[in-house]
Design a protein. Structure first.
Length: 319
């Protein structure tokens, strides 16, 4: 069995997969790759199943060496020159070094390796839960010098050159737009906010605060006051929920968010735009666009249909 040696882990690299969505009732956050769609695409490109474990790399630089021949692919942040092409399978020779610089735009990328990262399953997932201290590599971020086992590689004959001539759609492989706009549906407390607050969310620009992480992105901008300040019973929240604490500045929850929250929920980022949310970094400016629940559903179903067609096309290229 092969392994990947981490030569330079960068600021924060973790093992992630599609997370633990079935343990929310026990208070365990879903976790997993903050952009599950990007992780799925990268895995499909290298012949893995959708939920194989990948490396989520924040910023960079990142350097690693794989012990045997593999196929790799990555999706996510936009990189500068002299980098492996995003969304394109690449054949890596034994002991060939991978070297990723810091992204030019966005902050996260997901690196899939044929065979997947073979860390132990915890509650049905290999994802690292940094707050809980379990999953991945002993529940912690990857460090320089770590060696991670790889699963059995798939057959490597589905393209003959070092780089495949085909790739995933650009909007799937590079998910950090220059001017991010997040489409949202009205939250359960939408009508508890003033008319001015609801208009501000739809019309104003918000700045991502430095105090942001995998749990959520704090935003600063026009205040979003409620009509009345009343105490709330804690209710279920999920990645994409936009909560507004008493200070009236919004917090966009991400994959490692808690399962319950006691702040009012003004809106929720639609599923297909969570990849854009995952790329927000401090000092980025983001806007919101209100859409209907039916539109959100149609966009999700359309993407899933496109994904199935993409999957079928890849299978035609496999041996």
């Amino acid at each position: 069995m092969g392994e990947i040696e981490i030569l330079r882990a960068g600021p924060l690299t973790t093992v992630q997969d599609l997370g633990r969505p079935n343990f929310r009732r026990e208070g365990i956050s879903p976790g997993g790759a903050l952009d599950s769609h990007a992780a799925r695409i990268a895995n499909l490109l290298v012949g893995n199943c959708d939920d194989a474990a990948v490396l989520e790399i924040i910023y960079g630089p990142f350097r690693a060496c794989i012990s045997d021949e593999r196929i790799i692919a990555w999706c996510g942040a936009t990189l500068g020159e002299k980098e492996f092409s995003p969304g394109r399978p690449i054949r890596i020779s034994a002991n060939e070094e991978l070297n990723f610089a810091a992204p030019a735009r966005g902050c996260r990328r997901w690196l899939a390796i044929s065979g997947g990262i073979d860390s132990p399953l915890v509650l049905g997932s290999r994802a690292t839960d940094l707050r809980g201290g379990f999953g991945g590599l002993d529940g912690r971020a990857v460090r320089d010098g770590d060696r991670l086992p790889l699963g059995e590689s798939v057959e490597l004959a589905h393209f003959s050159e070092s780089r495949a001539s085909w790739s995933a759609p650009n909007e799937w492989s590079q998910t950090a737009p220059a001017h991010p706009v997040l489409r949202v549906v009205a939250g359960s407390e939408w009508n508890a906010f003033t008319r001015a607050a609801r208009a501000a969310l739809a019309e104003e620009t918000y700045l991502v605060h430095a105090d942001s992480d995998r749990m959520g992105a704090r935003l600063t901008g026009t205040l979003l006051p409620r009509k009345k300040k009343t105490e709330m019973i804690s209710e279920a929240v999920a990645p994409g929920t936009i909560q507004v604490p008493d200070g009236a500045q919004p917090i966009l929850l991400l994959g490692d968010c808690q399962t319950l929250g006691g702040y009012p929920k003004i809106a929720h980022v639609i599923t297909v735009d969570l990849p854009v949310a995952a790329q927000l970094r401090p000092n980025d400016r983001v806007r919101f666009q209100i859409v209907s629940l039916e539109s959100a559903r149609e966009l999700f179903l359309s993407r899933e249909n496109d994904l199935e067609r993409f999957r079928a096309g890849l299978q035609l290229r496999m041996p």
